[in-house]
Design a protein around this ligand. Structure first.
Ligand SMILES: Cc1cc2nc3c(=O)[nH]c(=O)nc-3n(C[C@H](O)[C@H](O)[C@H](O)COP(=O)(O)OP(=O)(O)OC[C@H]3O[C@@H](n4cnc5c(N)ncnc54)[C@H](O)[C@@H]3O)c2cc1C
Length: 618
């Protein structure tokens, strides 16, 4: 049975049902964010702010110190940007120190380090060289090692994991020319041959990072359909492909606005023969594998962009103090001062979100699908604003390249490179629009589970009646509870003003839950297509989560490290700004011009306003 509206366009409905079939249905572990949508703030899940054990921290510190020294001595990011190449000796050095096998268990030759340490590595790389960060992360976050660690058979692990210590680079190939955000429509085929012992892969993949230099790839391909309840069901399967297999060819290297040294292009598969034992997780489970791998893989981008944002903050802060115009440092003019303070507070919240969810990933007792998606959405969107503001604060020097600045003896902050490098982050590993859809779907799960049986034609009238009574009973307890005033505080024992912010989170979570419920009643299945409404809910919840993470982080820092006691101010400022955004979103839910906006969009699409495009060079 479909949870999607029957009025939805056929192809859209098919794609959404396909994604729905591949999503993780079960919630085995608790999720702080899932609670927010139910009006339940389970503060204990995120407070006190988790930390690594001293032993693990020191292990990470050692590796990071070695890596930083190596990077400073061997890597010139501006030269990487100019030449579009990461030097061979750098890649070799990174292999020798194990940077391509950070999370691979020691028994397979890896470093066996934690997820937090891996993210600290990417954070450091992100602050220095975007192309190198992409090389390491495309290999380890979504490339062959991570799905193998999660789902590989013992034999697959023994065969492939040790290679990542010895020079093998990997990537993840899903995207095709016609299939971007919508994986259902991939065309690459894997046809069983020799009684199903092998598959022949045919097709073309686009934009696989590292693809042009990879030794091993995870390739998503269509295998023969299954018949489910009398209907053909498309199967997408994940294969490990060795790129030295005959029939594999890289036919083009793409050139991008930023990350200029990434090796990414067009890969052609012409009867590439792959044994059945190279399937990961199982036939038809490719998309599920991608979704689950990305639950932790998605945390790499937040770590990388937080590192990059700290570099921007550093550049903006120094320049705002040094540069004098109109008689005083530009950082003392209020318009620049407010940009700086917002940058500092937001970087603090990004740090809080990134490390909170990374610790949760290591702990393994949390369901982090929503938290990781929010970390990706929040950090990539905010980092884009931060790099833009940093360029604005640097003025013309923000637009000048670092080599040009260095050439005339000036401080060479690489903001021009950073803004080019960071534009991609809201597009890949789930664009911001897709992250909104993903979060909204998971957020509605609480309700969809209750009403699913009511719309299922296979459920008998008696079954429907039973489901209706059961959901009515459950709602009759849950819904009135949302109206009970929050008199007991947030229960975290936080110092002022953090306690007030957490109280706001608690109250607002209830308000959000009520509104989601009201909209569910009003639109029923149709709500899934109301992207503007859902996006506002998601934006509110992202800010609530970031506020909670920031308050928990500031509380821990201020109690444990007196040098960082002023983190409370940063959390306070972030929360006040987030509250303003949240109030505005609630206002927009009631008073909006979605109808007019949709009508103008339709007319724009059909060319009604094409006269606006007159008088340009065509
Ligand atoms: C530098 C770079 C590196 C990459 N690395 C990899 C990689 O390693 N492996 C890999 O497989 N792919 C990779 N990709 C592909 C990347 O993941 C895709 O670009 C991304 O999935 C979006 O697909 P698309 O560009 O075709 O955009 P489209 O899917 O065509 O989307 C275009 C726009 O429409 C929006 N949109 C699409 N559907 C909806 C919807 N239902 N509702 C609302 N908005 C929607 C999107 O958010 C986007 O803004 C890479 C791309 C680049 C440029």
């Amino acid at each position: 049975m479909s949870i999607f509206d029957k009025h939805m366009a056929k192809e859209q409905r098919k794609s959404m049902e396909f994604a729905e079939d591949s999503r993780q249905d079960e919630w085995t572990y608790p999720s702080f964010v899932a609670g927010l949508f139910k009006g339940k703030v389970n503060w204990n899940l995120i407070h006190p702010f988790r930390e690594q054990s001293r032993e693990k921290r020191e292990e990470g510190d050692k590796f990071l110190a070695k890596l930083e020294k190596f990077l400073k001595e061997n890597l010139n990011p501006d030269e990487v940007d100019r030449s579009r190449e990461i030097p061979e000796n750098v890649i070799k050095g990174l292999f020798e120190m194990g940077a391509f096998a950070i999370k691979i268990p020691k028994e397979y030759g890896g470093l066996g380090l934690s997820h937090v340490t891996y993210n600290r590595v990417v954070h450091l790389l992100g602050s220095f060289c975007g192309s190198t960060a992409a090389l390491i992360s495309a290999h380890q976050s979504i490339g062959v090692p991570q799905p193998l660690i999660l789902f590989g058979t013992d034999e697959q692990k023994r065969k492939y994991l040790p290679r990542f210590r010895k020079g093998a680079i990997s990537g993840f190939a899903l995207t095709e020319a016609l299939a971007g955000s919508d994986p259902r429509i991939i065309k690459t085929q894997a046809t069983p041959v020799e009684g199903g012992k092998y598959f022949l892969i045919n097709g073309e993949k686009l934009w696989c990072t590292n693809g042009n230099i990879a030794d091993l790839l995870v390739v998503m391909a269509e295998t023969p359909p299954k018949i489910v309840r009398g209907k053909e069901k498309k199967q997408i399967t994940a294969f490990i492909v060795e790129t030295n297999t005959p029939g594999f060819e890289v036919t083009y290297r793409c050139e991008f606005m930023g990350l200029s040294a990434i090796q990414n292009g067009i890969m052609r598969f012409n009867n590439v023969k792959v044994p059945r034992e190279n399937i990961i997780l199982g036939e038809g489970k490719g998309l599920k594998l991608a979704f689950i791998t990305l639950n932790t893989g998605r945390l790499t981008l937040p770590a990388a962009v937080t590192g990059m944002s700290k570099m921007c903050l550093n550049a903006a802060r120094r320049w705002a103090a040094e540069r004098k115009q109109w008689g005083s440092p530009i950082g003392e003019h209020e318009a620049i001062a407010s940009k700086l303070s917002c940058m500092a507070a937001t970087v603090f919240a990004m740090d809080a979100v990134t490390w909170l969810v990374s610790y949760m990933a290591d702990d393994k007792r949390f369901d982090i699908r929503l938290e990781a998606a929010m970390a990706k959405l929040f950090c990539t969107e905010e980092s884009w604003k931060i790099v833009n503001d940093a360029v604005q604060i640097r003025g013309g020097r923000g637009y000048e390249t670092a080599p040009s600045l260095a050439g005339r003896g000036k401080a060479a902050y690489p903001l021009e490179r950073a803004i080019r490098d960071s534009r991609i982050n809201t597009l890949l590993e789930g664009s911001s629009e897709i992250m909104h859809l993903f979060i909204a779907r998971e957020a509605l799960d609480f309700h969809l589970k209750k009403i699913k049986a009511l719309f299922d034609p296979r459920v008998s009238v008696g079954g429907k009646l039973k489901a209706a009574v059961s959901s009515a009973l459950s709602y009759s307890v849950w819904y009135p509870g949302l109206w009970v005033p929050c008199v007991l505080g947030c229960g975290g024992g936080l110092k002022s003003p953090l306690d007030k912010h957490m109280m706001f989170v608690k109250k607002t979570s209830r308000r959000l839950a009520k509104m989601v419920f009201h909209k569910m009643l009003r639109y029923q299945k149709g709500l899934v297509s109301k992207q503007n409404i859902l996006n506002r809910f998601v934006d509110i919840s992202v800010d609530l989560f970031a506020m909670s993470a920031a308050c928990s982080y500031a509380d821990g820092l201020s109690k444990n490290d007196k040098d960082k006691a002023n983190s409370v101010e940063l959390a306070d400022l972030f929360c006040r700004e987030a509250k303003n955004r949240i109030r505005e979103k609630f206002r927009e839910i009631k008073h909006n011009h979605d109808k007019l906006s949709n009508s103008v969009a339709k007319k724009t699409l059909s060319g009604n306003y094409s006269w606006l495009e007159n008088d340009i060079v065509k």
